[in-house]
Design a protein around this ligand. Structure first.
Ligand code: ZN
Length: 228
């Protein structure tokens, strides 16, 4: 994999120091590698992306593992993955079931991540530099949920509202909260993480709340009419 250049933002603010101190454990590394679509994709995670250095939270792989930890263990009773439980519980199961091919690429800056699926398509999720370096750890978990929802068959079906930070009038929004699309799944996950997240800090929860509200305010053609 070609190397690409990046700068590493404040790792206390992003949560990478917090979670990075936990994920540097072979049991976690093996579990995440084998569970969330990394396995079989060494070529996409080696060289500068961290395969040789999975505890180094300057590098993409460890930063992805931080999100995997959050996604896996943020419910108090994380072993309960029932679909009847909050998304904080079953989010890990949903991502596990829907993303079996996760690839890291430099990208061209136009997207955080992309999901590819369909007939004659090599089903996969690609994550780009913005995933690792513009998003904090809760935001990366949101992206995994979002892309998993695409892999689960739900596309965007609307244009962003006027003034949206995601580009007013451009495609890529969801029509409404009730559409239960990728933006709704991501925001709902952040909401639950804010409200009930375990094994984290109040600072991380506040960041999740901010991001969730940004999604609610900018990613739906019809505003859901509430905030977190
Ligand atoms: Zn999307």
């Amino acid at each position: 994999m070609a190397s690409c250049s990046y700068t590493v933002p404040d790792k206390n603010a992003s949560g990478d120091n917090l979670y990075g101190s936990i994920i540097c454990n072979q049991a976690y590394i093996d579990y995440f590698w084998n569970t969330y679509g990394f396995s079989g994709n060494k070529d996409y995670w080696d060289d500068g992306f961290g395969w040789e250095d999975p505890c180094n939270t300057d590098k993409p792989l460890a930063r992805a593992f931080n999100a995997c930890y959050l996604l896996t263990y943020s419910a108090e009773d994380f072993s309960n993955e029932s679909w009847d439980a909050p998304i904080l519980n079953w989010g890990r199961r949903y991502v596990r079931n829907n993303i079996d091919d996760l690839r890291s690429l430099c990208g061209d800056g136009s997207a955080i991540a992309r999901a590819y699926s369909g007939i004659f398509v090599d089903d996969r999720v690609e994550v780009y530099l913005g995933f690792f370096y513009s998003k904090d750890v809760p935001g990366r978990a949101e992206t995994l949920i979002h892309e998993a929802r695409h892999m689960g068959g739900k596309s965007h079906n609307a244009n962003f509202p006027a003034g949206s930070v995601f580009g007013g009038g451009k495609s890529g929004a969801d029509s409404s909260w009730g559409y239960e699309g990728a933006w709704m799944y991501g925001a709902l996950y952040l909401w639950w993480f804010y409200a009930a997240g375990a094994r984290t800090t109040s600072a991380m929860k506040q960041r999740a709340r901010q991001r969730g509200n940004l999604v609610i305010d900018n990613a739906f053609a019809t505003h859901p009419g509430f905030s977190i």
